[in-house]
Design a binder for this molecule. Structure first.
Ligand code: SF4
Length: 310
Protein backbone atom coordinates (compact mmCIF):
# COMPACT_ATOMS: atom_id res chain seq x y z
CA UNK A 1 0.00 0.00 0.00
CA UNK A 2 1.40 3.38 -0.87
CA UNK A 3 1.42 6.12 1.71
CA UNK A 4 -0.94 9.00 0.99
CA UNK A 5 0.91 11.87 -0.59
CA UNK A 6 1.03 15.06 1.40
CA UNK A 7 -0.22 18.11 -0.46
CA UNK A 8 2.67 20.41 -1.34
CA UNK A 9 3.18 23.16 1.20
CA UNK A 10 2.52 26.53 -0.31
CA UNK A 11 5.25 28.94 0.77
CA UNK A 12 4.07 32.37 1.71
CA UNK A 13 5.32 35.33 -0.23
CA UNK A 14 8.87 36.43 0.64
CA UNK A 15 8.74 40.16 0.23
CA UNK A 16 11.63 42.51 0.70
CA UNK A 17 10.60 43.27 4.25
CA UNK A 18 12.73 46.39 4.74
CA UNK A 19 11.21 48.27 1.85
CA UNK A 20 7.77 46.84 2.66
CA UNK A 21 8.06 48.23 6.17
CA UNK A 22 8.80 51.79 5.16
CA UNK A 23 6.09 51.66 2.48
CA UNK A 24 3.52 50.67 5.09
CA UNK A 25 4.34 53.09 7.90
CA UNK A 26 3.13 56.42 6.52
CA UNK A 27 -0.17 55.25 5.01
CA UNK A 28 -1.15 53.30 8.13
CA UNK A 29 -0.16 56.07 10.54
CA UNK A 30 -1.85 58.76 8.41
CA UNK A 31 -4.99 56.62 8.27
CA UNK A 32 -4.86 56.22 12.06
CA UNK A 33 -4.56 59.99 12.55
CA UNK A 34 -7.81 60.39 10.61
CA UNK A 35 -9.74 57.36 11.83
CA UNK A 36 -8.62 56.35 15.32
CA UNK A 37 -11.51 55.82 17.71
CA UNK A 38 -11.70 58.16 20.66
CA UNK A 39 -11.36 55.53 23.39
CA UNK A 40 -11.00 56.55 27.03
CA UNK A 41 -7.72 54.69 27.53
CA UNK A 42 -6.21 56.62 24.64
CA UNK A 43 -6.84 60.00 26.25
CA UNK A 44 -3.93 61.62 28.08
CA UNK A 45 -5.76 61.54 31.40
CA UNK A 46 -5.93 57.72 31.28
CA UNK A 47 -2.23 57.51 32.16
CA UNK A 48 -0.31 54.26 32.35
CA UNK A 49 -2.77 52.72 34.81
CA UNK A 50 -5.69 53.33 32.43
CA UNK A 51 -3.70 51.76 29.60
CA UNK A 52 -2.83 48.76 31.75
CA UNK A 53 -6.42 48.22 32.90
CA UNK A 54 -7.69 48.46 29.32
CA UNK A 55 -5.08 46.01 28.06
CA UNK A 56 -6.04 43.41 30.66
CA UNK A 57 -9.70 43.82 29.74
CA UNK A 58 -9.24 43.90 25.96
CA UNK A 59 -7.14 40.76 25.76
CA UNK A 60 -10.14 38.51 25.13
CA UNK A 61 -13.11 40.87 25.13
CA UNK A 62 -14.34 43.33 22.47
CA UNK A 63 -14.14 47.09 22.98
CA UNK A 64 -17.93 47.54 23.17
CA UNK A 65 -18.19 45.23 26.18
CA UNK A 66 -15.07 46.59 27.85
CA UNK A 67 -16.08 50.27 27.72
CA UNK A 68 -18.70 50.40 30.53
CA UNK A 69 -16.70 48.12 32.84
CA UNK A 70 -13.52 50.12 32.22
CA UNK A 71 -15.27 53.42 33.04
CA UNK A 72 -16.65 52.05 36.32
CA UNK A 73 -13.34 50.44 37.21
CA UNK A 74 -11.31 53.62 36.71
CA UNK A 75 -13.89 55.74 38.54
CA UNK A 76 -13.72 53.39 41.51
CA UNK A 77 -9.99 52.63 41.44
CA UNK A 78 -8.26 55.59 39.76
CA UNK A 79 -4.82 54.48 40.97
CA UNK A 80 -3.24 51.05 41.43
CA UNK A 81 -3.11 51.60 45.20
CA UNK A 82 -6.89 52.04 45.31
CA UNK A 83 -7.41 48.61 43.81
CA UNK A 84 -4.61 47.07 45.87
CA UNK A 85 -6.40 48.18 49.06
CA UNK A 86 -9.47 46.10 48.16
CA UNK A 87 -10.06 42.36 48.52
CA UNK A 88 -9.32 40.45 45.30
CA UNK A 89 -12.95 39.31 45.29
CA UNK A 90 -14.01 42.93 44.69
CA UNK A 91 -11.97 42.91 41.47
CA UNK A 92 -13.74 39.69 40.43
CA UNK A 93 -17.11 41.26 41.24
CA UNK A 94 -16.37 44.44 39.29
CA UNK A 95 -15.10 42.39 36.35
CA UNK A 96 -18.75 41.56 35.67
CA UNK A 97 -19.37 39.61 32.52
CA UNK A 98 -16.13 40.39 30.68
CA UNK A 99 -15.23 36.70 30.78
CA UNK A 100 -11.98 34.94 31.65
CA UNK A 101 -12.18 36.36 35.21
CA UNK A 102 -8.71 35.19 36.19
CA UNK A 103 -7.66 38.41 34.49
CA UNK A 104 -9.36 40.31 37.33
CA UNK A 105 -7.28 38.48 39.93
CA UNK A 106 -4.12 39.07 37.92
CA UNK A 107 -4.87 42.76 37.55
CA UNK A 108 -5.43 42.97 41.29
CA UNK A 109 -2.10 41.17 41.82
CA UNK A 110 -0.37 43.61 39.49
CA UNK A 111 -1.88 46.56 41.39
CA UNK A 112 -0.56 45.15 44.68
CA UNK A 113 2.93 44.66 43.20
CA UNK A 114 2.93 48.17 41.67
CA UNK A 115 1.98 49.61 45.06
CA UNK A 116 4.55 47.60 46.99
CA UNK A 117 7.48 47.68 44.56
CA UNK A 118 7.03 50.86 42.56
CA UNK A 119 5.50 53.37 44.97
CA UNK A 120 2.12 53.11 43.26
CA UNK A 121 3.26 54.19 39.79
CA UNK A 122 3.05 51.79 36.85
CA UNK A 123 6.71 51.22 35.91
CA UNK A 124 7.87 52.27 32.46
CA UNK A 125 10.71 49.78 31.97
CA UNK A 126 9.64 46.79 29.91
CA UNK A 127 11.50 44.35 32.21
CA UNK A 128 9.79 45.76 35.31
CA UNK A 129 6.41 45.54 33.63
CA UNK A 130 7.10 41.96 32.61
CA UNK A 131 8.00 41.10 36.21
CA UNK A 132 4.53 42.11 37.45
CA UNK A 133 2.11 39.23 38.14
CA UNK A 134 -0.21 38.56 35.24
CA UNK A 135 1.75 40.74 32.82
CA UNK A 136 3.06 38.80 29.83
CA UNK A 137 5.09 39.85 26.84
CA UNK A 138 2.12 41.36 25.04
CA UNK A 139 0.84 43.49 27.94
CA UNK A 140 4.34 44.69 28.89
CA UNK A 141 4.98 45.79 25.29
CA UNK A 142 1.54 47.39 24.97
CA UNK A 143 1.86 49.44 28.18
CA UNK A 144 5.45 50.49 27.41
CA UNK A 145 4.43 51.51 23.90
CA UNK A 146 0.97 53.05 24.40
CA UNK A 147 1.56 54.68 27.78
CA UNK A 148 5.24 55.58 27.56
CA UNK A 149 5.79 55.92 23.81
CA UNK A 150 8.53 53.30 23.65
CA UNK A 151 9.60 51.18 20.69
CA UNK A 152 8.22 47.65 21.08
CA UNK A 153 6.58 45.11 18.78
CA UNK A 154 3.01 44.87 20.09
CA UNK A 155 1.58 41.72 18.60
CA UNK A 156 -2.10 41.16 19.28
CA UNK A 157 -4.54 39.18 17.10
CA UNK A 158 -5.44 42.25 15.04
CA UNK A 159 -1.83 43.13 14.27
CA UNK A 160 -0.98 39.51 13.50
CA UNK A 161 -3.84 39.35 11.00
CA UNK A 162 -2.79 42.58 9.25
CA UNK A 163 0.82 41.39 9.00
CA UNK A 164 -0.25 37.94 7.79
CA UNK A 165 -2.27 39.49 4.98
CA UNK A 166 -0.38 42.63 4.04
CA UNK A 167 3.16 41.24 4.33
CA UNK A 168 3.17 37.44 4.41
CA UNK A 169 0.33 37.09 1.92
CA UNK A 170 -1.93 34.61 3.76
CA UNK A 171 -5.51 35.00 5.01
CA UNK A 172 -4.87 34.11 8.67
CA UNK A 173 -1.88 34.03 11.01
CA UNK A 174 -1.01 30.72 12.76
CA UNK A 175 -3.22 29.70 15.71
CA UNK A 176 -0.50 30.61 18.21
CA UNK A 177 2.10 33.35 17.83
CA UNK A 178 5.30 32.03 16.25
CA UNK A 179 8.93 33.15 16.45
CA UNK A 180 8.70 34.07 12.76
CA UNK A 181 5.83 36.46 13.47
CA UNK A 182 7.76 38.09 16.31
CA UNK A 183 10.76 38.51 14.05
CA UNK A 184 8.62 40.02 11.30
CA UNK A 185 7.00 42.41 13.78
CA UNK A 186 10.42 43.58 14.97
CA UNK A 187 11.58 44.04 11.39
CA UNK A 188 8.53 46.12 10.60
CA UNK A 189 9.03 48.47 13.58
CA UNK A 190 9.96 52.03 12.64
CA UNK A 191 13.36 53.06 13.98
CA UNK A 192 12.42 56.08 16.05
CA UNK A 193 10.45 55.66 19.25
CA UNK A 194 7.48 58.00 18.68
CA UNK A 195 6.83 56.62 15.19
CA UNK A 196 7.19 53.05 16.45
CA UNK A 197 4.61 53.70 19.20
CA UNK A 198 2.27 55.30 16.66
CA UNK A 199 2.75 52.37 14.28
CA UNK A 200 1.90 49.86 17.03
CA UNK A 201 -1.41 51.59 17.79
CA UNK A 202 -2.18 52.25 14.12
CA UNK A 203 -1.60 48.72 12.84
CA UNK A 204 -3.74 47.37 15.67
CA UNK A 205 -6.56 49.78 14.85
CA UNK A 206 -6.39 48.84 11.17
CA UNK A 207 -6.94 45.20 12.12
CA UNK A 208 -9.80 46.13 14.44
CA UNK A 209 -11.67 48.39 12.01
CA UNK A 210 -10.72 47.54 8.40
CA UNK A 211 -8.85 44.26 8.08
CA UNK A 212 -11.13 42.28 10.38
CA UNK A 213 -11.25 38.50 10.74
CA UNK A 214 -14.66 38.15 9.13
CA UNK A 215 -14.71 40.96 6.64
CA UNK A 216 -11.74 42.78 5.19
CA UNK A 217 -12.79 46.06 3.59
CA UNK A 218 -9.89 46.52 1.19
CA UNK A 219 -11.59 49.43 -0.57
CA UNK A 220 -11.12 51.49 2.61
CA UNK A 221 -7.65 50.17 3.39
CA UNK A 222 -4.69 52.56 3.19
CA UNK A 223 -2.28 49.78 2.18
CA UNK A 224 -4.42 47.90 -0.35
CA UNK A 225 -1.97 48.77 -3.14
CA UNK A 226 0.85 46.98 -1.28
CA UNK A 227 -1.12 44.15 0.37
CA UNK A 228 0.53 40.84 -0.54
CA UNK A 229 -2.59 38.74 0.09
CA UNK A 230 -4.86 40.97 -1.97
CA UNK A 231 -2.31 41.18 -4.80
CA UNK A 232 -2.04 37.37 -4.80
CA UNK A 233 -5.80 37.10 -5.42
CA UNK A 234 -6.68 36.33 -1.78
CA UNK A 235 -5.75 32.64 -1.71
CA UNK A 236 -7.85 30.56 0.70
CA UNK A 237 -6.49 29.56 4.11
CA UNK A 238 -4.50 26.33 3.77
CA UNK A 239 -3.08 26.01 7.29
CA UNK A 240 -4.41 23.97 10.21
CA UNK A 241 -8.12 24.45 11.06
CA UNK A 242 -8.76 27.62 13.01
CA UNK A 243 -9.82 27.34 16.63
CA UNK A 244 -13.50 27.92 17.22
CA UNK A 245 -14.89 29.98 20.07
CA UNK A 246 -17.69 27.77 21.36
CA UNK A 247 -19.22 28.81 24.67
CA UNK A 248 -22.66 27.20 25.11
CA UNK A 249 -22.44 24.05 27.18
CA UNK A 250 -18.77 24.45 28.07
CA UNK A 251 -17.24 24.56 31.53
CA UNK A 252 -16.58 28.24 30.84
CA UNK A 253 -20.31 28.85 30.63
CA UNK A 254 -20.94 26.97 33.89
CA UNK A 255 -18.15 28.86 35.63
CA UNK A 256 -19.69 32.11 34.40
CA UNK A 257 -23.08 31.18 35.84
CA UNK A 258 -21.60 30.17 39.19
CA UNK A 259 -19.57 33.37 39.44
CA UNK A 260 -22.61 35.47 38.54
CA UNK A 261 -24.41 34.15 41.65
CA UNK A 262 -21.42 34.95 43.85
CA UNK A 263 -20.95 38.42 42.32
CA UNK A 264 -24.55 39.33 43.10
CA UNK A 265 -24.37 38.05 46.69
CA UNK A 266 -22.72 40.16 49.37
CA UNK A 267 -22.83 37.37 51.95
CA UNK A 268 -21.57 33.77 51.60
CA UNK A 269 -23.71 31.61 49.34
CA UNK A 270 -24.87 28.06 50.23
CA UNK A 271 -23.99 25.27 47.83
CA UNK A 272 -27.69 24.67 47.11
CA UNK A 273 -27.93 28.13 45.51
CA UNK A 274 -25.03 27.28 43.24
CA UNK A 275 -26.56 23.94 42.30
CA UNK A 276 -29.57 25.67 40.80
CA UNK A 277 -27.54 27.32 38.01
CA UNK A 278 -26.62 24.14 36.11
CA UNK A 279 -28.47 20.86 35.71
CA UNK A 280 -25.54 18.52 35.19
CA UNK A 281 -23.89 17.68 38.55
CA UNK A 282 -20.53 16.36 37.32
CA UNK A 283 -19.86 19.35 35.10
CA UNK A 284 -21.13 21.72 37.79
CA UNK A 285 -18.81 20.23 40.42
CA UNK A 286 -15.88 20.34 38.01
CA UNK A 287 -16.55 24.01 37.24
CA UNK A 288 -16.82 24.91 40.93
CA UNK A 289 -13.64 23.00 41.77
CA UNK A 290 -11.89 24.84 38.95
CA UNK A 291 -13.00 28.23 40.29
CA UNK A 292 -11.73 27.30 43.77
CA UNK A 293 -8.43 26.01 42.35
CA UNK A 294 -8.00 29.25 40.40
CA UNK A 295 -8.53 31.32 43.55
CA UNK A 296 -11.68 32.93 42.16
CA UNK A 297 -13.96 31.37 44.78
CA UNK A 298 -13.27 30.73 48.45
CA UNK A 299 -14.92 27.71 50.10
CA UNK A 300 -15.99 28.21 53.71
CA UNK A 301 -17.01 25.72 56.41
CA UNK A 302 -20.64 24.60 56.26
CA UNK A 303 -20.82 24.32 52.46
CA UNK A 304 -20.70 28.09 51.88
CA UNK A 305 -18.84 29.95 49.13
CA UNK A 306 -17.83 33.56 48.48
CA UNK A 307 -15.53 35.66 46.34
CA UNK A 308 -11.99 35.70 47.77
CA UNK A 309 -11.13 38.14 50.55
CA UNK A 310 -7.39 37.57 50.42
S1 SF4 B 1 -5.92 45.30 1.54
FE1 SF4 B 1 -7.55 44.15 2.48
S2 SF4 B 1 -6.64 42.24 3.17
FE2 SF4 B 1 -4.97 43.67 2.74
S3 SF4 B 1 -4.49 44.62 4.70
FE3 SF4 B 1 -5.98 45.95 3.67
S4 SF4 B 1 -8.01 45.25 4.37
FE4 SF4 B 1 -6.50 43.67 4.89
Amino acid sequence: MTAPTKPPHRSPARPDVDSTATDLHSPVIDWFDENARDLPWRRPEAGAWGVMVSEFMLQQTPVSRVLPVYEQWIARWPRPADLAAEAPGEAVRAWGRLGYPRRALRLHGAAVAITERHGGDVPSAHAQLLALPGVGEYTAAAVASFAYGQRHAVLDTNVRRVFARAVTGVRYPPNATTAAERKLARTLLPEDEPTAARWAAASMELGALVCTAKNETCARCPISAQCAWRLAGKPEHDGPPRRGQTYAGTDRQVRGKLLAVLREAHTPVPQAALERVWHEPVQRARALDGLVADGLVEPLPGGLYRLPLT
